[in-house]
Write a protein that binds this ligand. Structure first.
Ligand SMILES: [Zn+2]
Length: 433
């Protein structure tokens, strides 16, 4: 029986057996509350009421946050229409007296070379990794996708996030006076003191009049970048992608919303510099106590050095000073960090195990011959293990799971794709790509 017949019969005969939906939207609070409600069948009315109310409150807050996001996106769309902004291009800071909204997020990294008809053996290997970071301007809409080659992946999350945002605002920003940002609730990379200091600094030095940074509730984080990444990944899975230059074209052609921005080339050339923003602010700014419990942060030029925080969109605002006493924001610019490059062992691994899967013209770009080759003969599996040992524990987990999700992508047709993608997204958030 062919697969289409099989699915027809399945639908006809067993309509009650369905494929699980992608799991990105699972919220821990929702799950806990729903389990409690489910288990309260034998409890008294008062207890039941209490539990239902708990979940109702949670969903009410979720809905409030969602409508705030929708409202900001709606306003941004109107601003773009009124000012005839149809493409992202370079604009001077505060050159337009408008409000704009941006969303940013990491996606699951991709591996190159990538072949829709994946040859069997590469399934067990770790090809060259490319991180994806997207900043979406929903008003137009357009999303700039930063492609981060493995040799340019800097593990310190917030330096990279701030540098990419800074580059985006300098080169693609609409020149708005007031900017709103949304992102998912990933405290490691996005909700941290450095990102707050960066936005406070932007406002204090006149790059914006006001900025707000808003976090979606964990488990309820579907927003524009997911949509753009989805279009990008769909194109990625349909094309033969041997190297970053091809990935760039695939991203640009995936949809009119997507724009590719290379962070650096395989040979080490940098396009988007990553700077040491952490060190830049370290001696003049201080951390915000209890940062994790707040979802909304606001900065305005009438109160330089202050951050106004809220737990939810409708709760009361509190002001904090994030400048150290007798201190002011640093002048000049942060130091640029050199791209880390690939460890020799990783270069050797790519050369020995991956190069054979790369199309001829790209072999020397993606898997060049490292100057020194090891003199030991090992099988491929051993080399993978060594590569894992080579990096820190965090990296190791990432690489292991990266392989797993790749399996999801290629393993089982459409269904496999969806799940692989969704699981991978969560993973990208957790480990900082
Ligand atoms: Zn929930």
């Amino acid at each position: 029986m062919g697969s289409s017949n099989f699915f027809d019969f399945w639908k006809k005969l067993c309509p009650f057996i369905v494929t699980a939906k992608p799991m990105t939207d699972l919220c821990w609070t929702c799950q806990l509350n729903n389990t409690l409600i489910f288990r309260s069948a034998n409890l008294d009315e008062e207890n039941k009421c209490e539990r239902v109310k708990q979940q109702e409150n949670h969903l009410f807050i979720v809905q409030q946050e969602r409508s705030l996001y929708n409202k900001m996106v709606g306003n941004a769309k109107r601003a773009c229409q009124e000012n005839v902004i149809t493409e992202l291009c370079q604009n001077s800071p505060c050159s337009r007296n408008i409000m704009m909204h941006y969303s940013f997020d990491y996606a699951q990294q991709v591996h190159l070379p990538s072949n829709p008809l994946q040859p069997g053996p590469i399934y067990f290997l770790v090809p060259r990794k490319y991180g994806l970071f997207g900043v979406c301007c929903e008003g137009i809409p357009r999303q700039v996708n930063f492609l981060v080659d493995e040799a340019h992946l800097i593990s310190k999350g917030s330096n990279a996030v701030i540098s990419y945002l800074h580059y985006f605002l300098n080169n693609y920003g609409t020149g708005e006076t007031d900017a709103h940002f949304h992102c998912d609730n990933c405290s490691g990379q996005k909700k941290n003191r450095f990102v707050l200091w960066y936005f406070a600094w932007r406002v204090a030095v006149g790059l914006h009049k006001s900025v707000s940074l808003n976090f979606l509730i964990a488990g309820h984080t579907k927003f524009a970048p997911d949509w753009c990444f989805g279009l990008l990944k769909r194109a990625f899975k349909r094309n033969l992608v041997p190297a970053q230059s091809v990935l760039e074209t695939v991203v640009n052609e995936s949809s009119s919303v997507n724009i590719a921005q290379v962070v650096g080339y395989e040979d080490g050339t940098t396009v988007v510099p990553v700077s040491d923003w952490q060190a830049f602010f370290k001696n003049s700014c201080k951390p915000l106590p209890g940062i994790k419990k707040y979802q909304h942060f606001r900065f305005d030029d009438a109160h330089p050095g202050s951050v106004f925080v809220k737990e939810h969109s409708e709760s009361a605002e509190t002001e904090f000073n994030i400048l150290m006493s007798d201190s002011s924001f640093p002048r000049g610019a942060p130091d640029v960090l050199a791209p880390p490059g690939l460890p020799l062992q990783r270069q050797q691994y790519l050369y020995k195990s991956i190069r054979k899967y790369v199309d001829e013209p790209f072999k020397d770009t993606v898997c060049p011959n490292p100057d020194v080759m090891p003199n030991v003969e090992q099988d491929e599996t051993v080399i993978i293990t060594e590569t894992r040992k080579d990096s820190d524990g965090h990296e190791r987990v990432k690489r292991g799971r990266g392989k797993g999700s790749q399996r999801g992508q290629t393993g089982g047709g459409r269904r496999g794709c969806g799940r692989g993608h969704s699981r991978g997204r969560g993973q990208g958030e957790n480990n900082g790509v």
